[in-house]
Design a protein around this ligand. Sequence first.
Ligand SMILES: [Zn+2]
Length: 146
Amino acid sequence: MSQVSSNEKKQIPIKDGLFTTPLSPLAQVRLMGSKCENCSEVSLGKRQACGNCGGANLEEAPLSRKGKLWTYTVIRHRPPGDYKGPDPFVPFGLGLVELPEGIRVLSPIQCELGKIKVGMELEMEVFPLYTDENQNEVMAFRFRPV
Ligand SMILES: [Zn+2]
């Protein structure tokens, strides 16, 4: 008897609570945020406590897919540690993207390096960053020009 194998790759978020679910269609997935009912602070991902006031009453607040580049830097050397990007390393923009909800999200910027500009309009995209040991596609996000 042969084992049934499935070619269907499961897509899983790089971090629990980072995205709205389901993860399909990808064009409709949004970053999940948490909004504090006490101080109205919005933060990235599902949280148990507010990073601003420590309050525990947080509601889920899906974030906009579009934002503006607030500032950025170019990563020219492979980051130390468990870097999961392309191998060999490819330099990339890393920016703070300001969303209409008032938060700035740290994100890779998928754009030709010479064309990245502060203030540019960006849109979030969810993409497979790597395949884990269980053959799951691990999904991460980045922003690219609209
Ligand atoms: Zn708070």
